[in-house]
Ligand binder design. Structure first.
Ligand code: ZN
Length: 229
């Protein structure tokens, strides 16, 4: 089998100066319409998006892209798609503002990740929750170990809200820095406070074995540093 690739058709095809200028005009127009559309949607910024908002952006992007470079695509049908997306978006947010159930169907629910300085267990069985990503999130907030955190909630836009223990109530906890966490082990030789590498439960122990809370067997030496910054 010999595969013939026509490089000219692949890269250039019928591109010429006139067509290139038309592409420039189409792109500028569509870009301006996308900007206008996003302003009309009422969104202030897009640092964090809910699933619902991502769906809107994808739909919008695909409607905007074709008329930028496809000679056979007129701009008006795309604008019609924009108007429909905007109208639909407005309708769904209108309903969501009036129905808690509909809102949670559309955007999901906030999820407790840490309670009382430990990872919650019922959410942990949910495989969609990535712990290493969450550890990175904690480090970004200058959190050194889970014992500093009373409660953490994963919001529907992907952001995590942290609520801290006051200094006097910080307890020994599971370190989230890569170096100490990578030293987790099933073997415990010396007596001390150890945090379950899975759920963050801290026990004073001198031998290996299962976590009394979640039955996992990997341990990390607990630390009790205070939160600074
Ligand atoms: Zn555990």
């Amino acid at each position: 089998m010999y595969l013939m690739i026509d490089w000219h058709t692949l890269f250039v095809n019928d591109l010429n100066v006139a067509y290139a200028l038309e592409i420039a005009l189409r792109t500028i127009l569509m870009f301006a319409f996308v900007l206008l559309m996003l302003r009309l949607s009422g969104k202030k910024g897009v640092r964090q998006l809910t699933i619902f908002e991502v769906a809107i952006i994808i739909a919008l992007g695909s409607a905007a892209g074709d008329p930028m470079f496809n000679k056979d695509m007129a701009i008006l049908p795309s604008l019609l798609v924009f108007a429909i997306i905007l109208g639909f978006y407005r309708l769904l947010t209108y309903i969501a503002a009036r129905s808690v159930r509909f809102e949670s169907m559309l955007e999901g629910d906030p999820m407790y990740i840490i309670e009382d300085g430990m990872f919650t267990l019922q959410e942990e069985s949910d495989n969609t929750f990535a712990k290493d990503e969450f550890f990175a999130e904690m480090r970004a907030e200058s959190i050194e170990h889970v014992g500093q955190v009373r409660t953490a909630v994963l919001e529907t836009n992907g952001q995590v809200s942290f609520f801290f223990y006051p200094d006097g109530e910080v307890r020994p906890g599971l370190p989230v820095l890569p170096k100490p966490y990578s030293k987790r082990s099933k073997i415990i030789k010396t007596h001390g406070d150890y945090a379950c590498a899975y759920c963050g439960y801290v026990e004073s122990r001198g031998n290996s074995g299962q976590c009394t809370r979640c039955k996992h067997e990997e341990w990390v030496e607990a630390i009790k540093t205070l939160r600074i910054g």
